[in-house]
Design a protein around this ligand. Sequence first.
Ligand code: NDP
Ligand code: 8X3
Length: 255
Amino acid sequence: MSLKNKIVFITGATSGIGKSCAYAFAREGSNLIISARRQELIEKIAGDIEQKYGVKVYAGKLDVRNRNEVKNFVERLPEEWQKIDILINNAGLAKGLNKFYEDDPDNWDIMIDTNVKGLLYVTHEVLKGMIERQSGHIINIGSIAGHEAYPKGAVYCATKHAVDAITKSLRIDTIDKNIRVSTIDPGLVETNFSRVRFDGDEEKAKNVYKGIEPLTGDDVADAVIFCASRPPHVNIAQITLLASKQASATIVHRE
Ligand code: NDP
Ligand code: 8X3
């Protein structure tokens, strides 16, 4: 299915997987709504994409944790942007990698508010129009952490297990509405993810990908494009993609 002239809304598009998805959909000729908390950066990315690919880009500041902000953002989209064809729920993060009993509950709030509640808020607002039009595709960025639990990752893993459950339930709830619901679940992807997880500690972040060639944001965007471009009668329910040297969430062969 051609993605040309489709309206694609991507959350968390200032970095990593979301940014790669923005460029990948623009290459396919889609028009983009891109958002994140860093306004200046999202506007810069929008300008660059418009200039490189000649598609239309609507960029805005959006913190998915804020329910009112999400509601206003979607409700106040200019008329020509309201018919969103594809939503990529990508905004997300991990905070800390600590044994549960040594962890800071503030980290849990940030992860749950972003990865679970933020995804729910955005989906809820965008779904209204999709249901009215009986058309749409929601693609969630889950994780291998949504299939397995790993040490020191109780809450991050819980949030990604939640994404998996939400994806499955939503697919059931919208089955008569001509809406596709999918999840793309990567393993180790070298983005800003580990820098954010370790509060900017470069060395700790680098060590996560030491001795392997990790996935890139572009690798994940390839899978998202594949999922979004299937013919209308095909729904890719779920894709797990791992670096070739990663066998499971914790088993990684490092050279
Ligand atoms: P990055 O840190 O590179 O990108 C995260 C993006 O999310 C940024 O654009 C950031 O923008 C945005 N973001 C964070 N918090 C919020 C918020 N409250 N509201 C809106 N936007 C927000 O990480 P990745 O690209 O790796 O992460 C993207 C998704 O992929 C996440 O859901 C992550 O859990 C998932 N994932 C990552 C893997 C990895 O190994 N990297 C593996 C599996 C899944 P800004 O700071 O400007 O708001
Ligand atoms: C992000 C990658 O390795 O923390 O989902 O599960 S990992």
